[in-house]
Design a protein around this ligand. Structure first.
Ligand code: BES
Ligand code: ZN
Length: 627
């Protein structure tokens, strides 16, 4: 029998759907983005209604079922009614099975809306007149877009299974029913139940000495956006690197990781000195299996890190500087919508360069800046104009499909220009105040611009102006007269490459003594597209590139190999594609392979073999290349 209360709920949701164009009719707005004026403060990637009812705390009690590949349990949400008349709490979900919703032990009505391919399904919960908590009993789908369940064979130790989540940008909703918008900040507590021999860690306070008994309690006392909620479970062990820094990893890679990243504590101290105190207590790293789809993820207090940067020589540790820097730009001051991602990534990339300079010196800073600039130029050469805009219009698009260097390197270059115009110390002072001013807030590009207007644009009106700022943020390309990073250490690499290409020296004769990984990357990345088999053989014989253990060098070399169909490198290419799931390293290879029928067939073979071990995001982003 249908209860009156349920009929009233249906009536209410219908009413809401008609009267509130921001909610269920979302999909329509998204399909016709150009016809409507963009609302800059609106999150087009969430169905939630925080302006009516806002969730402020989440308490999780979840069991990780490694047989079913499900998280199962409850999420208790504490909310406030922003609008006293508000009767419906709207949450984001994706693939979740909602078993029951209760308030004070009494079941309440709920309805899961139809699924949108990019956004998942809105969950409408009808709220009781009194109270401020609802408990949702649910379980995740086996193929949750934000979680990866790994078999023991897919881990370093090969003995225990592993689970990790990756919420950014819109995947928290695939493992927790919540208001999945960076505009909504929540504190959280969690009880995570695992097989006894495994350890759970979260983006929260982790106790390195916790008893390994299969029940782990967490508390994140600072309000964070949903995309920073993270969980990992595995045969994890801890090693301290400094007073406030340490690393969690599987035992077989723990020592290597702690050694590789031993400068983390100095990075933390240097960043604090320049940009103000670290707000998050401890800063630990978690090393994931190679299928982790990103280089790193700035989950607060516990950055998630790909093992592919453990190179043995600290050559790729700018990744750590980057994830650490997010503790200021991103986690403390957060982008309000995914259109504003450049506020997270551009500021963080700028800070990364600065941290690298503080720890490793100006030569390294310059080299990394040139490589970043070249990545940016490559994207500008290939992306459509609209995708080169910092404040990008993402309506109707899946943020996962729009990943590029623009928010990172163009954002950083913009800040570098301001730095050069007003002086480094002044700009550092500005950043310090900016982080303080917006601490624990989520801000839009417009809010940033009006803050800039009131601060730097007023104080330094002689060197900065509004039009220029506007050009950087809203127009494609790199503005004329923008800074161009340069590195002396690369001049000799240019000379060496040119001499070899001109045939005046053999590869053997090139003096590569003492070249850094960055010089090798610059050497390879700037080769002409077409090289002969003989030239490739010569390079490979002289420098053992196919055998390179540095994953970035191997990547650059394999890309050259694919462009020139250099078959001696294809076994390595195959095992590289199957062994690594980090999207940035595999996607350019799939994309290049897909340009010829033979390449595509090879790519398909590798992809099919790799797929069971790839993260859902890596599958999603690359499957189009092998279809
Ligand atoms: N927060 C990002 C990863 C991310 C961005 C995930 C957007 C989902 C959507 C992380 O901090 C990052 O930028 N990772 C980079 C690091 C690199 C630029 C040093 C990566 O994974 O390659
Ligand atoms: Zn980042």
């Amino acid at each position: 029998m249908i209860s009156i209360r349920y009929l009233a709920f249906l009536w209410l949701t219908t009413l809401l759907a008609c009267s509130n164009p921001e909610q269920p009719s979302e999909t329509k707005v998204q399909q016709t983005p150009k016809q409507t004026q963009i609302d800059n403060a609106k999150d087009y990637h969430s169905f939630a209604n925080p302006d009516v009812v806002k969730v402020s705390h989440i308490d999780l009690d979840l069991t990780a079922d490694f047989d079913k590949h499900q998280l199962i349990g409850t999420a208790t949400l504490t909310y406030q009614k922003i609008d006293e008349q508000g009767k419906t709490l709207i949450l984001d979900t994706r693939g979740l099975s909602i078993l029951e919703v209760t308030a004070g032990n009494t079941p309440v009505d709920f309805e899961l809306q139809e699924e949108d391919a990019n956004l998942g399904s809105a969950l409408y919960i009808s709220l009781p007149a009194q109270g401020n908590q609802v408990t949702i009993r649910y379980h995740t789908a086996e193929d949750a877009s934000g979680a990866q369940w790994l078999t023991p064979e897919q881990t370093a130790g090969k003995q225990y299974p592993f689970l990790f989540t990756q919420a950014q940008a819109v995947h928290a909703r695939s493992f927790i029913p919540l208001q999945d918008s960076p505009q909504v900040r929540v504190t959280y507590t969690a009880t995570i139940r695992t097989p006894k021999e495994l350890l759970a860690v979260m983006s929260a306070a982790n106790d390195p000495d916790t008893e390994r008994d299969g029940v782990y309690e967490f508390n994140m006392p600072q309000p964070i956006p949903s995309y920073l909620i993270a969980l990992a479970i595995g045969d994890l062990h801890f090693k301290a690197m400094g007073e406030r820094t340490g690393v969690y990893a599987e035992p077989s890679i723990l020592d290597a990781a702690a050694k590789e990243f031993e400068d983390t504590e100095s990075m933390l101290e240097a960043t604090e000195k320049t940009y103000g105190p670290y707000s998050w207590d401890r800063y630990d790293l978690l090393i994931l299996p190679p299928s982790f789809p990103f280089g790193g993820m700035e989950n607060p207090r516990l950055s998630f890190i790909t093992p592919t940067v453990i190179a043995g020589d600290k050559s790729l540790v700018s990744l750590i500087a980057h994830e650490l820097a997010h503790s200021w730009s991103g986690n403390t001051v957060t982008n309000a919508t995914w259109r504003d991602l450049w506020l997270n990534e551009g500021f963080t990339t700028y800070l990364t360069y600065r941290i690298m300079e503080m720890i490793y010196g100006t030569d390294r800073y310059n080299m990394e800046a040139v490589l970043g600039y070249q990545d940016l130029q490559a994207d500008i050469a290939s992306l459509p104009d609209n995708d080169e805009i910092l404040a990008i219009d993402l309506r109707g698009r899946n943020p996962d499909d729009v990943f590029s260097n623009i928010p990172y390197e163009k954002g950083a270059l913009f800040l570098r220009e301001i730095e050069q115009k007003i002086g480094r110390d002044n700009f550092d002072q500005f950043l310090l105040e900016y982080f303080n001013h917006f601490a624990f807030k989520s801000i839009t590009t417009d809010q940033f611009i009006s803050y800039l207007d009131k601060t730097l644009l007023t104080t330094y009106a002689d060197v900065l102006d509004k039009e220029r700022v506007h050009q950087w943020i809203f127009e494609p390309g790199i503005p004329d007269g923008a800074p161009v990073p340069e590195s002396d250490a690369f001049s000799k690499v240019d000379n060496a490459r040119n001499a070899w290409l001109a045939g005046s020296v053999t590869a053997e004769q090139v003096d590569t003594q003492g070249w850094t990984v960055h010089q090798w990357l610059y050497f390879l990345n700037n080769m002409p597209d077409d090289l002969s088999e003989k030239q490739l053989d010569e390079l490979d014989t002289a420098f053992q590139l196919t055998a390179s253990k540095n994953n970035e060098i191997a990547h650059s070399w394999l890309l050259i190999a694919v462009k020139n169909e250099y078959k001696p490198a294809y076994d390595r290419l195959y095992s590289y594609l199957v062994g690594i799931g980090r999207n940035k390293l595999v996607k350019p290879l799939y994309k290049e392979l897909a340009k010829t029928p033979e390449g595509k067939a090879f790519a398909k073979r590798a992809f099919d073999e790799a797929k069971p071990g790839y993260h859902p995001l890596t599958v999603h982003v690359n499957e189009k290349f092998v279809e």
